[in-house]
Design a protein around this ligand. Structure first.
Ligand SMILES: *[C@@H]1O[C@H](CO)[C@@H](O)[C@H](O)[C@H]1NC(C)=O
Ligand SMILES: *[C@@H]1O[C@H](CO)[C@@H](O)[C@H](O)[C@H]1NC(C)=O
Ligand SMILES: *[C@@H]1O[C@H](CO)[C@@H](O)[C@H](O)[C@H]1NC(C)=O
Length: 503
């Protein structure tokens, strides 16, 4: 490798060049394979400290994280971590960003530029909206997406970040449809927008980001063959001409490939923005199924198999949904919605999983600061016949989804139900003594009331942001504060904080 005629200086230079080439080469190898990342959502009553979560990511060698919004506490914790970030813009902001270049400039300045720079946060992607084309939004966001991207792209250019950060749009899989993958096409009413969107993505070298949920297909459709949701082979494969599909994930992905081909972008790189399996709150949402699905998925994408329409080319990146359970999410989709984490809310691995990133198993969060080991349960000496209303209110505020049919606490009996509800509420109130009163029906205990798989939680101590979950569901704030008012559980403080959030 020595350059003829070069002296010592020259050969050390060539060593340097070689090292740079090596680094570039190994970097290239990394991106050519599918990389596993995670979604870090924060709609939770009991939040771990952001620095604890960043350590959890590092301990598990997770190098890519996707955020649903530019939460300053989260972004600050990611500064200097070396973890690559996709930061999201909520759909509600798209209208403003689409109509105002100044608003786009400000968003980029406040939520991106402020964290970038040497030793800063490594923001690589901005997700413009989250599933803005979802059928259930009835088109309310879709016309803002491309104009918002145009403004944001110009703002990135003005901030000298356009060469480094790419804009993407995480799409729901119901943006396209077909009976067999090869016939895939975007929904007719989206054709025009999708044509603009993919042409925009293509001109910036950005991938198409899609969220794929075999669990939801199974949950929503009783005819869906169960084994087709997993990766172990199926007795009901989908035959599509010369191609046979043995799992829903591949079938779905190739439907997208076909839809992109129809628009002339069959080679566009694809990133999976969300994929995962919940562990509680429905029969099919259990630990075994989640482990089998997640491991099957990872082995498949890390194995570089690709799909029939893209053999050997797996998705560029795959972001698991989700890192942690989010106990304050809306249960509109189903009780399982709060249980998508590969870790529980407190950063404990729910099942063994090899992410393909070096550890054979997940590592738990370290130095989690819990509240004291005590619980609130139903007082066994009291007549509980009038408890229904208390329970309802407790469960409206706190999380009781594991009690539902198919949940891990569904079989714990009537008293168990009451205790579970009381405890969830009590922990949410940071174990405030009054919050276990329930007109004398509740009682504090130091004996863990958990039974089998049904865990009675103990909260974590981070209060800095524990009431923020309501920020995105402000309409429910009034109802909840009124209910707490009525109960008078020493809740004035909480009501005040909820009202502050509402402003
Ligand atoms: C930055 O992002 C946060 C979180 O989504 C949002 O509340 C805030 O309004 C954004 N800043 C600007 C200037 O838009
Ligand atoms: C877990 O989910 C799988 C997949 O849907 C289902 O077949 C199985 O019966 C469930 N296991 C339990 C114990 O409910
Ligand atoms: C406990 O609560 C769940 C959810 O409301 C309900 O399905 C179950 O029947 C209850 N159990 C008893 C014994 O009341």
């Amino acid at each position: 490798m020595a350059v003829p005629g070069a002296g010592i200086m020259g050969s050390s230079l060539s060593v340097c060049v070689m090292m740079v080439l090596l680094i570039m080469f190994s970097g290239w190898v990394l991106v050519a394979e599918s990389a596993i990342g995670v979604n870090w959502g924060t709609v939770s009553f009991h939040k771990l400290k952001p620095s604890t979560v960043v350590d959890l990511l590092k301990d598990n060698n997770i190098q890519k994280v996707k955020l649903f919004e530019a939460d300053p506490l989260v972004l600050r914790a990611l500064v200097g971590s070396g973890i690559q970030v996709m930061v999201g813009i909520p759909n509600e902001m798209l209208a403003t960003l689409s109509s105002s270049p100044a608003a786009a400039d400000l968003w980029i300045r406040q939520n991106v530029s402020a964290y970038m720079g040497k030793g800063g946060a490594d923001i690589r992607y901005i997700a413009v909206g989250n599933e803005p084309f979802l059928t259930s939004y009835a088109g309310q966001f879709q016309s803002y997406v491309v104009p918002a991207m145009v403004n944001l792209q110009q703002s990135l250019a003005r901030a000298n970040l356009a060469g480094y950060i790419k804009l993407v749009v995480p799409c729901n899989a119901d943006a396209y449809e077909s009976n067999v993958p090869s016939q895939g096409a975007f929904r007719p009413e989206l054709t025009q927008i999708m044509t603009q969107l993919v042409s925009f993505l293509n001109s910036n070298g950005s991938p198409f980001v899609v969220n794929i949920y075999p669990f939801l297909s199974l949950y929503q459709n009783s005819d869906f063959p169960q084994d087709y949701a997993f990766f172990e082979g199926s007795t009901h494969p989908v035959i599509d001409g010369a191609n046979t599909y043995y799992n829903a994930f591949d079938g779905n992905l190739d439907t997208l490939v076909a839809a992109l081909s129809k628009l002339g972008y069959g080679q566009m790189p694809i990133v999976i923005g969300e994929v995962g399996w919940p562990t509680d709150g429905a029969i099919a949402a259990n630990l075994t199924a989640a482990r089998v699905f997640s491991q099957g998925l990872i082995d498949r994408v890390v194995g570089d198999k690709g799909t029939p329409l893209r053999p050997g080319v797996p998705p560029m990146d795959v972001y698991l949904f989700s890192l942690l359970d989010e106990g304050a999410k809306s249960t509109l989709p189903g009780s399982f919605e709060r249980h998508w984490g590969i870790f529980s809310f407190d950063g404990q691995a729910k099942y063994p999983l090899d992410l393909g990133l070096g550890n054979k198993k997940l590592k738990n969060a370290r130095n989690v600061e819990y509240l004291p080991a005590r619980w609130c349960v139903a007082n066994p000496y009291r007549d509980l016949s009038d408890v229904a209303n208390h329970m309802k209110i407790a469960c409206n505020v706190a999380d009781c989804t594991t009690l539902e049919y198919g949940g891990s606490c569904n079989g714990i009996g009537e008293k168990g139900n009451i205790s579970y509800a009381f405890n969830s509420f009590y922990q949410l109130q940071m174990q405030n003594e009054k919050s276990c009163n329930f007109d004398g029906l509740g009682m504090i205990t130091f004996l863990d009331p958990s039974v089998g798989q049904c865990k009675f939680l103990v909260g974590v101590t981070d209060t800095s942001s524990s009431l923020r979950p309501y920020q995105r569901e402000s309409s429910s704030i009034d109802i909840i504060s009124k209910q707490i008012d009525r109960l008078y559980l020493g809740g004035e403080h909480l009501v005040q904080m909820l009202q502050d959030e509402n402003r």
